[in-house]
Design a protein around this ligand. Structure first.
Ligand SMILES: *Cc1c(COP(=O)(O)O)cnc(C)c1O
Length: 455
């Protein structure tokens, strides 16, 4: 019988995270302080625990996963990999399609892979409370649950448009004990400033990050937690790719192309980085980060030093950016509405090791519905971006007769996104144009700093 589910035993949960920094051809560009000089660990100590700051800066290739984190991972890891035989048949493609399914986490996405260790390290450092932001609600749910596991209070600044679109994401976070407010909120100076300019602001991840960072920086018992972008977050997500490599070994196959939706870059980095080392050792493999045309950070952004948030409270990071005050259209893939991208993913893209592709909004829902009808799982709107790109290539294989091996990370399920699917069925989902003029204006407001000489 032909295999569909490719499963690993609990004992095969990785014991170490993989750190791409150890193998990158060029060292990562350092984050800069407001004075334009590289920042040291001290600058981050007000909002992050020491263990995570160390992981943010480490060059060590393998970082041990603490036992309590592996214990919590056991609730859903190793995550299953599937051979999408029914989708292959529906598309009539000779391509072999595989996907890793991260929606088996209770909170519904890959975000729990980093929420658990972040809550663990903060608890261990004596922190009592976490302030954070959430776009689509996936990260907020993951950290709410993780906070509950390790005895932390959690306050979530939820991007207003998602707060309105997804009331049950809010209920879910509350069930796990978190306090949730719509961002921009009146609880912070950053939020009040935005509301004074635009009382109807739909919010953005950049705004919500400013609020959460301000909250964390102003209270000694509170730290900040970020669900993507930073090096330590991508590090934690490598459990996805490390498991996937073992799963491919089990079936004696190997991907030609890997796809993942890309917002801040954590699930892409998580699935792709463990395979990138194979590429550097001569293996023929392509790694594709997929983003929305309406928020085209890698494909249309500038590679420059910029803030991670609207108010300019974070360190400056060298990354692809649309400008820190760019507010993307209110698409339903809220997890992909971020103006910047992980500095590691950005640098690897800039140096030509990975690829990026932008896909249209309507096409992502079309792909998601087709996937759900063939495979059963209803994908999160973010995940639909990776599916779209993969499906385009699978259909190309159908034309050329090539039997390529295509692998994508199904980053989460869409059970709390059914209002978006409703809109798609009602014909109310539009294709947003690439917001060229607005991006030009926000790029013109990029902070002017000199890039440090590469070492
Ligand atoms: C957050 C999220 C993404 C995108 O975020 P990355 O930081 O790029 O990983 C993709 N899919 C789902 C389901 C998400 O929750």
């Amino acid at each position: 019988m032909s295999k569909v589910k490719i499963l690993l035993d609990e004992s095969e949960i990785p014991t170490h995270w993989y750190n791409i920094v150890a193998d990158m051809p060029n060292p990562p560009a350092p984050p800069l302080g407001p004075d334009g000089n590289p920042i040291g660990p001290d600058a981050l100590a007000a909002i992050f625990p020491e263990a995570l700051i160390e992981q943010e800066m480490t060059q060590q290739r393998w970082v041990e996963i603490p036992e309590p984190v592996r214990e919590a991972y056991k609730l859903w890891r190793p995550s299953p990999m599937f051979r999408a035989r029914r989708l292959e048949a529906a598309l009539g493609t000779p391509a072999r399609i595989y996907y890793k399914y991260e929606g088996v986490a209770a909170a519904g996405s890959h975000k729990s892979n980093t929420a658990i260790p972040q809550a663990y390290y903060n608890h261990k450092a004596g922190i009592k409370r976490i302030a954070t932001e959430t776009g689509a609600g996936q990260w907020g749910s993951a950290i709410a649950q993780a906070g509950q596991f390790f005895g932390l209070d959690v306050k979530v600044y939820m991007v207003k448009v998602s707060y309105q679109q997804k009331p049950y994401r809010r209920s879910l976070m509350q069930t796990w004990g978190a306090e949730v407010v719509a961002s921009p909120s009146k609880d912070t100076q950053a939020g009040r400033n935005i509301l004074a300019q635009d009382p109807n602001s739909p919010g953005s991840l950049g705004i919500a990050i400013s609020e959460a960072v301000e909250d964390a920086a102003s209270r000694a018992d509170t730290n900040y937690a970020l669900g993507s972008v930073l090096n330590h977050v991508l590090l934690h997500q490598t459990v996805i790719g490390l498991e996937a490599k073992k799963q491919f070994q089990l079936v004696g196959d190997y991907p030609d192309i890997i796809y993942a939706p890309c917002g801040g870059g954590s699930n892409f980095g998580g699935v792709a980085f463990p395979f990138l080392t194979d590429k550097w050792q001569g293996r023929d493999i392509r790694l594709v980060a997929v983003e929305p045309i309406s928020c085209p950070t890698l494909t249309k952004g500038h590679y420059a030093y910029d803030f991670g948030d609207v108010a300019g409270m974070t360190p400056l990071m060298l990354m692809y950016t649309l400008g820190h005050d760019f507010v993307p259209p209110s698409i339903h893939a809220g997890g992909l509405r971020y103006h910047g991208d992980s500095p590691l993913v950005s640098q690897l893209y800039h140096e030509g090791h990975i690829e990026a592709r932008a896909v249209p909004n309507l096409g992502t829902f079309e792909a998601g519905v087709m996937f759900a009808r063939a495979e059963g799982i209803v994908p999160a709107p973010e995940s639909c971006h990776g599916i779209r790109a993969m499906m385009d290539d699978a259909l190309e294989c159908k034309k050329t007769g090539e039997a390529k091996c295509l692998f994508f990370n199904l980053s989460g399920h869409g059970h709390f996104d059914m209002s978006a699917y409703d809109k798609y069925f009602a014909g109310e989902i539009q294709d947003y144009a690439y917001p060229e003029e607005e991006i030009k204006r926000s790029i013109a407001r990029l902070p002017q700093v000199k890039r440090p000489e590469s070492p």
